[in-house]
Design a protein around this ligand. Structure first.
Ligand code: HQG
Length: 179
């Protein structure tokens, strides 16, 4: 399978496992899972046939390990806009986490901190390089440092997704260090 096909399948999975399952007539369970067979049948019925081998390859080789297959089921590890409970345990973050954004968001972020926007959580990266890549999706990246240790001390919880993204409900501006 070439790289373009891999990316196309990954984007198709993101759309339907994170945002619009109803578009192909599937329903995610409370924790975001759907049967692999159900997904493949629905995709084929909606004009996007994917073989099981292709699906398994995309899940295994995905650059960010965005999807997990567990037995007969598949889900996205994070990034949802539909209501799912990923049921991730709270975890102890490193002292500092990083968030990549762009200059046009900074006025609002200075005022109200980091908000989940269209997703369920604020997404934080364990290192500056990853945060730089996240910000660069939208323009010239601006990397903010999050004082995760101080947030923990103040009672905020963090969760770690299966693919290494740190999730928080909100980051108040007092815990952000601006460049
Ligand atoms: C910004 C990708 C105004 C925030 C990436 C970001 C990541 C605010 C945008 C994952 C704000 C939301 C998530 C506020 C935050 N006012 N703007 N108060 N608070 N923002 O895409 O973190 O490829 O929902 O800085 O690699 O960019 O999908 O979040 O610019 O891991 O797997 O609002 O998505 O992964 O954008 O990216 P997003 P994100 P995938």
């Amino acid at each position: 399978m070439d790289e373009r096909r891999m990316v196309r399948i990954s984007k198709y999975l993101a759309k339907h496992l994170r945002h619009q399952p109803e578009r192909i007539g599937i329903t995610l369970d409370a924790n975001g899972w759907v049967e692999v067979d159900t997904l493949l049948t629905a995709a084929a019925a909606h004009g996007f046939p994917v073989s099981r081998a292709e699906l398994e390859r995309v899940v295994a080789d995905n650059d960010k390990r965005r999807y997990v297959i567990d037995g007969d089921r598949i889900r996205a590890s994070q990034g949802h806009s539909v209501a799912v409970d990923l049921d991730l345990p709270a975890a102890e973050p490193p002292a500092f986490l990083y968030h990549g954004t762009v200059a046009r968001n900074m006025t609002a972020i200075r005022a109200e901190g980091l908000q989940p926007m269209n997703r369920h959580h604020v997404h934080l990266s364990p290192d500056r390089e990853t945060a730089t890549r996240v910000g660069a999706r939208r323009g010239v990246p601006v990397v903010l440092v999050v004082d995760a240790a101080a947030m923990r001390a103040a009672g905020h919880e963090f969760r770690l997704s299966a693919n290494g993204v740190w999730l928080a409900d909100h980051v108040p501006p007092s815990f952000l260090r601006f460049p």
